[in-house]
Ligand binder design. Structure first.
Ligand SMILES: O=C(O)C1=C[C@@H](OP(=O)(O)O)[C@@H](O)[C@H](O)C1
Ligand SMILES: C=C(OP(=O)(O)O)C(=O)O
Length: 426
């Protein structure tokens, strides 16, 4: 297995330009593919999750041409008419590809199979399939009920009133919303249980609106979407920098000192994970806010006790910031960490303890008290990009650490360690 040794970093300084947002890239690619007309997507993320969406679109007969560094895509929309693919669509472990494609393909003519990595077969999708079946969609499990892989016979959805359970993943509602304009009638979607990861729904509504479809809702409890609508291509759309990827550089500047200018997201971001920078201000970071940029400096770091349901991805970064904050950090209301790339509550608790922290792992929370002395250990990353990236903060805090399987960062941020090195001094 490949390992990456990170020597203690004494200072970070300089400027980083973020790669495009994963959440925006995959939503934009799918809606551009469904639209009528050609869309040019700029600052597209080049990473595994996006590669899987592009691979699926290719098999569905959508022409997408990429520039040399794969950050500009020209997507020739097929106006909702996909080709029946010659093989199953392999979507890796990309939730932002698997869930929206499931709903969209149930709504357009054709026969499809959606498969993924072994971990994808352990990530639930039953709440989405229940809603699609209730609407008359023909979606079947190929192995185990409630889990991928799936077989879909598309084109049979009339709309109507439907409930969807929002308590495990917001991606199910995102998927249903993106597909609903293609249904043959209007749809009224009511959320059952509490909706988790709510800010991601704002990303969905924002992207749909840009492609010409407006959704109304009553306080995120019931959503109304008109049927028989066509997404309209955009001449040009720019993907914002990834706010979850920004979290590592916000944290690095706050921990190590020096100053980092982070370009690509800021106060005007549509991504909920920008909220991580606000949490870091509470922890003690000094941040200058601009519309599309943050400038971050060190402060005295103190533990916080937060509900992180709205920022589940960036909250993992807080778990390693906790190693350098005075007192006990608590990150609450994060049950769905357990159904992501790995069981992140178990994995984070295990690896933080290896470093020397005192950790309480609750069913839906984690509490972290920093170590008196740090252990120089190898961190297992569980094929989870965010574990690899957030444990780099140990080196940023001046302690050596080894990251096992560093290439797992390719899921969303292939250049992460290079970018971190570019702002680090030993
Ligand atoms: O819609 C999205 O783009 C995402 C929603 C979140 O998932 P959940 O809604 O499952 O928490 C987040 O963790 C994921 O990385 C991306
Ligand atoms: C949970 C994540 O990914 P996915 O989009 O596969 O759910 C993530 O990127 O942290």
């Amino acid at each position: 297995m490949e390992q990456l040794r990170l020597e203690p970093i004494t200072k970070v300084n300089g400027s980083v330009t973020l790669p495009g947002s994963k959440s925006l890239s995959n939503r934009i690619l799918l809606l551009a593919a469904l639209a009528e007309g050609t869309t040019v997507v700029e600052n597209l993320l080049d990473s595994d999750d996006i590669r899987h969406m592009l691979g699926a679109l290719n098999l569905l007969g959508v022409n997408v041409s990429l520039n040399e560094d794969k950050t500009v895509a020209t997507v020739e929309g097929v106006a909702g008419k996909f080709k029946t693919p010659s093989e199953p669509l392999f979507l890796g472990n990309a939730g932002t590809a698997y869930r929206p494609l499931t709903a969209v393909l149930a709504a357009v003519e054709g026969e499809y199979q959606l498969v993924g990595e072994p971990r994808m077969e352990e990530r639930p999708i039953g709440h989405l399939v229940d809603a699609l079946q209730a609407l008359g969609g023909d979606v079947e499990y190929l192995k185990h009920k409630d889990y991928p892989p799936l077989a879909i016979k598309g084109g049979k959805i009339n709309g109507g009133k439907v409930e969807i359970d929002g308590s495990i993943s917001s991606q199910f509602l995102t998927a249903l919303l993106m597909a609903a304009p293609l249904f043959n009638g209007d749809t009224e979607i009511t959320i059952k249980g509490t909706l988790v990861s709510k800010p991601y729904i704002d990303i969905t509504l924002d992207v749909m609106k840009r492609f010409g479809v407006t959704v109304s809702h009553d306080n995120y409890e019931t959503f109304y979407v008109n049927g028989c609508q066509q997404y309209q291509a955009l001449e040009r759309i720019m993907v914002e920098g990834d706010a979850s990827s920004a979290s590592y550089f916000v944290a690095a500047a706050a921990i190590a000192g020096g100053e980092i200018e982070i370009n690509g997201v800021g106060a005007a971001s549509v991504q909920g994970d920008i909220g991580f920078a606000k949490v870091m201000e509470q922890v003690g970071a000094k941040i200058d806010w601009y519309d599309e940029k943050l400038v971050v400096r060190k402060g005295e770091l103190n533990a916080v006790d937060i509900d992180a349901n709205a920022i589940p991805d960036a909250a993992m970064t807080l778990a390693t910031v906790a190693l350098f904050a005075k007192g006990k950090t608590a990150i609450r209301n994060i049950y769905n960490w357990r159904v992501k790339e790995t069981d992140r509550l178990y994995a984070m608790a295990t690896e933080l303890r290896k470093v020397g922290a005192e950790v309480v792992e609750g069913e839906d929370f984690i509490e972290i008290t920093p170590p008196d002395t740090f252990n120089d250990v190898a961190i297992d990353t569980y094929n989870d990009h965010r574990i690899a990236m957030c444990f780099a903060m140990v080196a940023v805090g001046g302690k050596p650490i080894t990251i096992n399987d560093p290439k797992c960062t390719y899921k969303t941020f292939p250049t992460f360690f290079k970018v971190l090195e570019s702002v680090s001094s030993q």
